[in-house]
Every structure is written in structure tokens, then in C-alpha cells.
Design a protein around this ligand. Structure first.
Ligand code: SF4
Length: 636
């Protein structure tokens, strides 16, 4: 067993307090084979060396950026970078975010698998990685700027706009906003766990990277063969691959389907019918306007895109988006802004200040619903009329949040504290809690998931706070893990509901394996043989000739258990599994989830999930036997 490719030799360690940079060899091959890279390797370091009793923003708490053995190789969409930290909004969880673009490939080409950052700089700084030359530089001149301008200025300063990628925070991260993201290459960013707030707490504004090397490959001919088959599979018609669904900025065409399925989180999830016309308006506008796909490194899908508005009140304005619909649902649909000009501008603004729409947008959505219900008035908001669709008031409110001023300062406390503050003031505590869309205090990947109970359960049970880990077969089939066809999203009996648990668990293992490789999940989701192709690609890239699908799935299972170990070490209690805003458990006003809800089945589904994971049903803790089987005893 020898590593012959895929991995670069070093992890970069940066201590911002001491201003030191060290290049550290990777862990042993047996460790790499167990944890692989990306989220797996990041959690390995987190469990091995981070103090478990500190807050996410404590200088001793690490912020990591990890890639994976396929990043920067010819594998499809080989551009995934993962942020790993303690979760900013969930005190017992790790936070894991994913970003794409070019940054991960360039980091690999510079010779590094990842970066582990601890400490806190005395003043704003950025990190400049230029192949083997790594330095910490002053960032005072870009502090206070948005992500787009920061990226532009740093590239100009470093004198190379083409070959440098910049991952940075905006005002959201600087002001430690819940949901603050790290953005890179304009159209991409990582938001889950609020890594932008962790960067802000460390006074780290950006990480610029240029890499001119290559990733070694154990068997390049065999890898290219695998890649050819993988890409052919991805493009097979009739299957629910992201290639078929979102190719070339495809959400600008495909968004209608989500609307018609009552899946748009419109007006704080009170109006799925309104969501249908929201999606239709977006698609109609994109038909007239100029849409330019912006593919990431080595990506044939190109779901990310720019839109130049050619008519309407903002004609000439260019917006830059990533590929899904969550960004705009959190920023604009949640508050009922259905004019596409303003909806796009608001979405673009979220990305510029660097905030993730599911968390930040849900807090704003809660305030808008409270205003429209008459629970708060202009007297409370300092004169802002938060009527549905009032994008100007939303902009003003966001500014207040970033400055932590006035009414905005209360919302800046996040999805758990903000409703408590407002509810206490109005003596309507339960009412405010009821309209706040969150799971465990963090924002979900914001769509209306009520018509898809498997996916919703996957968000609830995800081991790093709500996120796409186990999508289940409600949303996308995965024949290799036993679910070749879509399953109905809403069911009628407990027996049928319990059947969803295994599909969530198996797709979770598969997804977390993919998240350890350094590829974008969109290159494999819904793709025939997505598991086999990736296991094969690792064989040919790294040189682990006997790597099997079973070993790959075991990596996923190991990662789920590592996430749970962080929970346990940081004080998780089983009751917290059910800590969520009740809106997701209410029947939807329209669509397949009308008059139906996951609520009565959730408790038994959680117990069943614990049983299938081999965890104690009473506590949700992994057992020593299970941990030993997975090789995790030392980390436990
Ligand atoms: S599919 Fe979209 S997010 Fe993924 S790598 Fe390609 S452009 Fe980036």
C-alpha cells in the first residue's frame, strides 16, 4: 500500500497570534485511507487536537480549509474546498461548509492538501500562498469592503488577476453575523457553520492562492478512462443528474419545476403558491436577460452563472450567482420580493457582504412575517415598513444588522436569540418561536422541504447542523446504495415513514464519501455509478489499487460517527435533536404536504436512525463497540 498520487505533501499550519506558518507533513497513509480528505480529514484534525470546551470564535479553536485527493486532478468538477470549524450557531456541533470555483485546485497545485488556522491576528491580515512562498500580509485597506471588491483589490495588489484565486469574507464575516460565509471566485462560497464569522473573529480577511504545479497521478491513463465513463454517465439522458438539470446556469430554466412542486420557501414559507410565480418570474426574466455560465475548475456542468439585466429598473446591472435556488430564496423569496430585478439584486448583495441565505435570510424572514402579522410595527423597527416585498426596507435592515444598530442589532443575534428578544419584548415568545425557520439554531438549505420528508429528515439529522448530507431517495435516486427510483416525498403511515430512515442514512454515507474527495457533489449526485466511478478514480489517482465501494461507504459511516463524537464531547443531549422551528413540522398551505406533516413520525424516525447507526437509542451516543469497528476508538 503506497501513495503514488492524489495527495500533495503538506498541510499548512498558520498561527495568527504568533504570526507563524509551518508546512507539516500529511498524517500516515493508514490515517489518510481511513479519513481520505475534505470533511473526513478535517474532522480527524478537529477531534484529535482542538480543545472541545471552547467557543467557535475562541482563538484556540481552529478554522480549516481542506481539499481532497481528487481536487485539482482531471476528475470532473475537481474543485471542492471544505471549511471545518466549530459551528457558530450550534454550540455542540462542528460546522462544515463547501465552496467551489478555482481556489481548491490552485491550493493543490501550490502543494497543499489543506490549511489549519488558529490564533487571532492583532490587526486585519490576509494570507498569500504563492506556491511554496507563504506570507501573512496586512489587510487593513480591504477591511470593511465587500467580497467582490476585496477579491478585485487583492488580485490587483498581487499583480495577477488570472491565476490567483481569493477566498475572503465581507462585512458579514467582519461583524460576526450568524450565517457569515467565505466567498471565492465571485460565484462561489461556503456558508454552513458560519465560517466567515470564524474568519472575522481571527481578523483574517482573505486567503489568496496561486499554484503553478500539478497533482501527481498514480495511473493517469486509467484515471482518464474512468473520467470518460463518469462523464458519459453524467450526461445520460433521462436520469436526474445535476448535469441534466442545471447545466449552463440551468436553474435559470429549471427553477419552474421546484415552484410547481411547491418547493419554494416564499414569504417565510407561508405561501407556496406565491413561490410558483416567484420561480416563473425568475425564469421569464432570465429568458430576456443575458445569462453567462461560470463553470468552476474542470467543470462541464457550469451551474454557476452571471446575469446581466437588459431591461427593467436595474438594466445594466450584472449579478453573480452560484447554481442552486437557495441563495435567492433566503435573500428575496423569504420576504416576498417577487420582482426579479430586485430579487436578483438582493441575492447578489447577500453574496457581496458574504452571508449565507438560509441562516441570515431566515432571521430577516421571521421579522417580515412578524411585521405583517402586526406583532411589530414601525415603532419597533425604527420606521422600517417590513411589508412583504419591500426590498428597500430589507436593505436598510441588513445595514442595521451589519452595524448592529437599532432593530437590526436584535436580529443580528441569530435564529435562536432574536425571536427570544422580540418575543420577550412583546410577550409573544411562543408566537415568535413558531415563525422562526431553523433547525438546532441554524438555517437549512433554504427551500420548502415539507413535500419531501426524507430530505427534511436528512436536514434534521445531519451531523453538522442542517445541511445536505442525506438527501434520501425522495429527491434523487441512488441505485448503488439500494434506491434506484424516486420515493414519494409524503407518506401516510408510520411504517412508510420509517422506511425513509435507511435511505437517508445510506445517501448520507455516500454524500460524505464524496465530500472527502475534493470534487463538487453536483458531478455525482443522481449519476449512475457515481459511487463506483469515484472509488475507481481514487484507485487510479492515489494508487490504492484495492479500494472498493464498500470501503468508500465505510468512510462515510466513519464521518457520520465523527460528527456525532463532536456532538457528544461538546455536551449534546438527545432532546436537542428535536430543537427546530415548528414551521417545517406544520402542514403546508398547499401542495402534497397540505394537511400532512412529518411531526408524528419524527420521534420514531430519530430512534430508528439511532438504531440503524448502532447508537444508544436513549442518548444518541455511539457505542464503544461501534467506534472500535470503525477504527475511531482513539479519537473517542
Ligand atoms: S457544478 Fe456548479 S458548483 Fe459544482 S463545480 Fe460546477 S459550476 Fe461549480
Amino acid at each position: 500500500m503506497t501513495i503514488r498520487g492524489g495527495y500533495q505533501p503538506h498541510i499548512l499550519r498558520v498561527d495568527l497570534t504568533k504570526q507563524t506558518i509551518t508546512k507539516e507533513p500529511l498524517p500516515s497513509e493508514s490515517v489518510l485511507r481511513q479519513f481520505v480528505g475534505g470533511v473526513g480529514l478535517g474532522l480527524y484534525y478537529l477531534l484529535k487536537e482542538a480543545p472541545m470546551d471552547v467557543k467557535a470564535t475562541d482563538p484556540r479553536a481552529p478554522l480549516m480549509f481542506m481539499t481532497g485527493p481528487l481536487a485539482g486532478t482531471p476528475a470532473p468538477s475537481s474543485c471542492n474546498w471544505v471549511t471545518i470549524c466549530f459551528h457558530y450557531s450550534i454550540p455542540y456541533a462542528a460546522g462544515v461548509g463547501h465552496g467551489h470555483g478555482f481556489w481548491a485546485a490552485y491550493l493543490k497545485h501550490a502543494g497543499y492538501e489543506g490549511i489549519i488556522i488558529t490564533g487571532k491576528a492583532a490587526k486585519p491580515v490576509y494570507l498569500w500562498i504563492d506556491d511554496d512562498r507563504v506570507s501573512i500580509r496586512d489587510a487593513s485597506h480591504v477591511w470593511g469592503m465587500g467580497t467582490r471588491e476585496t477579491e478585485r483589490r487583492i488580485k490587483l495588489e498581487l499583480g495577477d488577476e488570472e491565476k490567483i484565486s481569493v477566498a475572503c469574507i465581507g462585512q458579514g464575516g467582519e461583524s460576526l453575523m450568524p450565517g457569515a460565509s467565505v466567498k471565492a471566485d465571485r460565484n462561489h462560497g461556503a456558508g454552513k457553520g458560519s465560517p466567515g464569522a470564524i474568519m472575522g473573529s481571527k481578523n483574517l480577511k482573505a486567503i489568496a492562492v496561486r499554484g503553478t504545479g500539478q497533482v501527481p497521478l498514480a495511473d493517469s491513463v486509467a484515471l482518464l478512462d474512468t473520467v470518460a465513463t463518469w462523464e458519459k454517465d453524467m450526461q445520460l439522458p433521462e436520469q436526474m443528474s445535476i448535469y441534466n438539470h442545471l447545466r449552463d446556469g440551468g436553474i435559470t430554466r429549471a427553477y419552474i419545476r421546484r415552484g410547481n412542486n411547491y418547493g419554494i420557501a416564499y414569504k417565510n414559507m407561508t405561501d407556496p403558491e406565491g413561490g410558483r410565480s416567484y420561480a416563473q418570474n425568475w425564469v421569464n426574466a432570465c429568458k430576456r436577460w443575458k445569462v453567462t455560465p461560470k463553470p468552476s475548475y474542470n467543470c462541464k456542468i457550469g451551474c454557476a452563472y452571471d446575469v446581466q439585466m437588459t431591461d427593467g429598473p436595474l438594466a445594466g446591472y450584472v449579478c453573480s450567482f452560484c447554481g442552486g435556488g437557495e441563495n435567492t430564496e433566503g435573500a428575496a423569496a423569504m420576504i416576498g420580493v417577487d420582482n426579479p430585478s430586485y430579487a436578483m439584486m438582493l441575492t447578489d448583495y447577500y453574496d457581496d457582504i458574504g452571508v449565507e441565505a438560509g441562516t441570515f435570510g431566515s432571521v430577516v424572514g421571521m421579522a417580515f412575517e412578524a411585521y405583517n402579522r402586526g406583532w411589530i410595527t414601525k415603532t419597533d423597527t425604527g420606521g422600517l415598513a417590513l411589508t412583504w416585498g419591500n426590498w428597500e426596507a430589507a436593505m436598510a435592515l441588513i445595514q442595521q444588522m451589519l452595524r448592529r444598530e437599532g432593530f437590526g442589532a436584535k436580529l443580528a443575534e441569530g435564529l435562536k436569540l432574536a425571536p427570544r428578544i422580540l418575543g420577550d419584548e412583546k410577550r409573544l415568545l411562543n408566537e415568535f418561536r413558531k415563525i422562526t425557520v431553523h433547525v438546532k439554531g441554524a438555517g437549512v438549505n433554504i427551500h420548502d422541504w415539507r413535500p419531501w420528508w426524507g430530505t427534511l429528515f436528512g436536514q434534521i439529522i445531519a451531523g453538522t447542523g442542517p445541511s445536505h448530507q442525506g438527501l434520501s431517495s425522495d429527491n434523487r435516486p441512488n441505485d448503488e446504495v439500494g434506491y434506484p427510483q424516486l420515493t414519494p416525498g409524503v407518506v401516510d403511515t408510520l411504517e412508510e415513514a420509517l422506511k425513509k430512515v435507511d435511505s437517508v442514512r445510506m445517501t448520507q454515507f455516500c454524500k460524505l464519501w464524496w465530500d472527502s474527495l475534493g470534487i463538487c457533489w453536483f458531478a455525482v449526485s443522481g449519476v449512475t455509478h457515481g459511487l463506483t466511478s469515484t472509488a475507481q478514480a481514487v484507485r487510479h489517482t492515489v494508487g490504492w489499487d484495492d479500494y472498493t465501494n464498500e470501503e468508500a461507504m465505510a468512510v462515510g459511516e466513519r464521518i457520520v460517527n465523527m460528527m456525532r463524537l463532536v456532538y457528544v464531547k461538546r455536551g449534546f443531549q438527545k432532546t436537542e435533536e428535536f430543537d427546530m422551528g415548528p414551521r417545517f413540522l406544520e402542514p403546508a398551505p398547499a401542495g402534497p404536504a397540505k394537511e400532512k406533516t412529518l411531526a408524528p413520525y419524527l420521534g420514531p424516525m430519530v430512534d430508528e436512525y439511532y438504531r440503524q447507526m448502532g447508537w444508544e437509542v436513549a442518548t444518541g451516543r455511539p457505542t464503544p463497540t461501534g467506534l472500535r469497528r470503525l477504527g475511531l476508538s482513539a479519537l473517542a
